[in-house]
Structure formats: structure tokens, C-alpha cells
Design a protein around this ligand. Structure first.
Ligand code: ADP
Length: 337
């Protein structure tokens, strides 16, 4: 069953069109991320699904019911914001149970649900803590618990990890993933962070220029980008044409004038022409740039004055100005459709 469906959604702020003709559907129990640069319109889409904004056109279905004319509180969707927005005068359990109380759920049943969610979100034992006595990460977990406990048809998460520091982000990302698997809650997860989207999602929808540019599994978007812009979004600026001077050496392509890409970590680099196992596809270049990024170092290898290849490698033993040999394994080359 489709838990959420957007059909030809168009959203405007005044005269400015932010989203044009966007269609998307999410199946029951799926976790889908909406990925895009800052300002792409991700939050705007979530607010529209939640009923906080009215679309200029198109339809929104939740649980196969058209909700365009339903107010936010009547939609079976819960939106979790970047900031936890908890009630400071209520304790943890009361915050989590607030929505259930509004629904007039029997106390016993509410308590049972709250206990289960406290357990799942690793908050057990903190029930009676006040919000100001919690860390940022714990507060964000309470916000997540407060949404989950309502068991909505769809949980909308708006960059819930962006206010956390690097280590907490990783922990929270894992928690969301585990919680999603345990509760089978359908989730639409908004982020501008590609690694977050790749790690957490069944499917990724990439939002560029007001529309979905590519939708697919994390591996599909990363390894088989639909166009150069998608490749660049995922940090790959190796965009070449089979008419470029070095490509005849790089691989024995028969296709003419076609654009292709190769991930910088897939380009092989050698200090000697004899090193590559199949040297006939190796070509010469000069190291012209080197940026240490921690785990990997980003090298720029200039093949001609205008043609440059980015190579990512671990602990490279090269220096600027050095002549090197590159090889692009044929099975790592992706031609744009
Ligand atoms: P994202 O969540 O992808 O960072 P947003 O949905 O917040 O992007 O914003 C998309 C675009 O809409 C931005 O250009 C932003 O400046 C604009 N925008 C956001 N909110 C409003 C508003 N209330 N009125 C007018 N423009 C807005």
C-alpha cells in the first residue's frame, strides 16, 4: 500500500514557484529521504504534506485519502522539526504522552505505549526528567518518541540531526534507522547531507531546481547518477566526454561524444607506467593539486592543460609536480543515459 503519494505538486510563495509538478510515492514501512541543497524546498514540501502550507496545485494522499482539504490536525502525519520544540513545563513522559492525551486515549494504554517508545528510543529511566535537564541529543530523542508514539501513517523528519555534533549525529542516525526497522513506521526524512541520506534510506529522492532529479536506491544515485549535476552533488567532478584526448587510452570506448563519469576513488593512480596490471589503458598526467581530507586525500591530476582528473586515495606517496599514470577500470565508468 502507498502510505504517501504526491501527485503533480506545485508550491509557491507569492509569485515565486518553489516546487513544480513534483510526484512521489512512499510505500508502507519505507524510509525515503528527500535530499537536496539548502534552499531547494525540502522543508516547504514537508510543511505542505503536514498541512501547514497549501499547495498551488496537485494532490496529496495519505493512506490513499486525499488530504488537500484537511487541516493539519486531521492528517495522519507527524512533522518533527530541526529543533525539538518540547514543552518545558512537562517532563519527558508527559511530553511524549501529550498527543495521546489529546486523542483521549485511556491512561493504561497510553502508559503502555509510552513505556515501549521510551525503551525503543533509549530513554528508559528518564521519564520524570524535566526538558532542561536533558542533553541536546536526548531532547531530540524525546521529539522523535513523541512523534512515534502516535503511530502516524507517515512521520516527516525535517533535518532532525542538524543541531547535533558529529558523533551524536552518527548515534542518532543509527537510532532512527533501528527504530524505523523495529516500528516499521513509514518515514520521509529530509536532509542536505548526502552521507546521511545514503546511510539511512531505502530510497533517496534528489531535489534540484524545484523538481525531483533522480529517485532510486542509495547505490543507484551514487554509482549511476542520472546527469552530471547529480554526480557533482555526490562529490564527483570527473565528468568527461569520450572525445576528450585521453579517453581513448583510458578505456577502449566505441561510443562517440558521450558523457561519462568515474568516481574519484575508483581511478587508479601509479607512480610508474609499468605498475598497472593492464598498462595499455593507462595514461599520463601531472599532480597539480593535493588536499588532505583526513581519511582520504584529494589529488588533482592534470592530463592536459584543460583536462583534469580528481583522484581520491589513502595516504598517497605523491607530490605536486610529479608525473603519474592513471587508469580508469572499464567497469567503473558510468555513461550518462
Ligand atoms: P530547504 O528546506 O530545502 O532548505 P526551504 O523549503 O526552507 O528549503 O526553502 C525553499 C525556498 O523558499 C528558499 O529559497 C526560501 O528562501 C524560500 N522560502 C522559505 N520560506 C518562505 C516564506 N515563508 N516566504 C517566502 N519564501 C520562502
Amino acid at each position: 500500500m502507498r502510505q504517501l503519494e504526491l501527485r503533480n505538486l506545485t508550491i509557491r510563495y507569492g509569485e515565486t514557484t518553489i516546487i513544480r509538478d513534483l510526484s512521489l510515492s512512499i510505500k508502507n514501512g519505507e524510509i525515503v529521504s528527500l535530499l537536496g541543497p539548502s534552499g531547494a524546498g525540502k522543508t516547504t514540501i514537508l510543511k505542505t504534506i503536514a498541512g501547514l502550507l497549501q499547495p498551488a496545485g496537485g494532490q496529496i494522499f495519505i493512506n490513499s485519502i486525499s488530504v488537500n482539504h484537511l487541516p493539519a490536525e486531521k492528517r495522519d502525519a507527524v512533522l518533527i522539526f530541526q529543533k525539538p520544540l518540547l514543552f518545558p513545563f512537562l517532563n519527558v513522559a508527559q511530553n511524549i504522552g501529550f498527543g495521546l492525551k489529546m486523542q483521549k486515549m485511556a491512561r493504561r494504554e497510553a502508559e503502555r505505549k509510552i513505556d515501549r517508545i521510551l525503551e525503543i528510543t533509549e530513554l528508559a529511566g528518564l521519564n520524570s526528567r524535566k526538558i532542561h535537564q536533558l542533553s541536546g541529543g536526548q531532547q531530540q530523542r524525546v521529539a522523535l518518541a513523541r512523534g512515534l508514539v502516535l503511530e502516524p501513517a507517515i512521520l516527516l523528519l525535517d533535518e532532525p540531526l542538524s543541531n547535533l555534533d558529529a558523533e551524536l549525529r552518527l548515534q542518532m542516525r543509527e537510532l532512527i534507522y533501528t527504530v524505523q526497522r523495529q516500528t516499521e513506521t513509514t518515514m520521509l526524512f529530509v536532509t542536505h547531507d548526502q552521507s546521511e541520506a545514503l546511510a539511512i534510506s531505502d530510497r533517496v529522492c534528489l531535489l534540484l531546481d524545484g523538481g525531483l532529479r533522480q529517485t532510486g536506491s542509495p547505490e543507484e544515485l551514487f554509482y549511476s547518477p542520472a546527469d552530471p549535476e547529480v554526480a557533482r552533488f555526490f562529490g564527483c567532478d570527473n565528468i568527461f566526454s569520450s572525445s576528450d584526448s585521453f579517453t581513448q587510452q583510458a578505456g577502449n570506448f566505441h561510443t562517440d561524444q558521450k558523457l561519462f563519469t568515474i568516481r574519484p576513488e575508483d581511478v587508479e593512480i601509479f607512480s610508474d607506467q609499468k605498475e598497472p596490471t593492464s598498462p595499455r589503458h593507462a595514461f599520463e598526467g601531472t599532480v597539480t593539486g593535493m588536499i588532505f581530507e583526513g581519511r582520504l586525500t584529494r589529488l588533482t591530476v592534470s592530463v592536459t592543460e584543460k583536462e583534469h582528473v580528481t583522484v581520491l586515495c589513502r595516504r598517497p606517496a605523491f607530490h605536486i609536480g610529479q608525473t603519474v599514470w592513471l587508469r580508469m577500470p572499464k567497469d567503473r565508468i558510468h555513461f550518462f543515459p
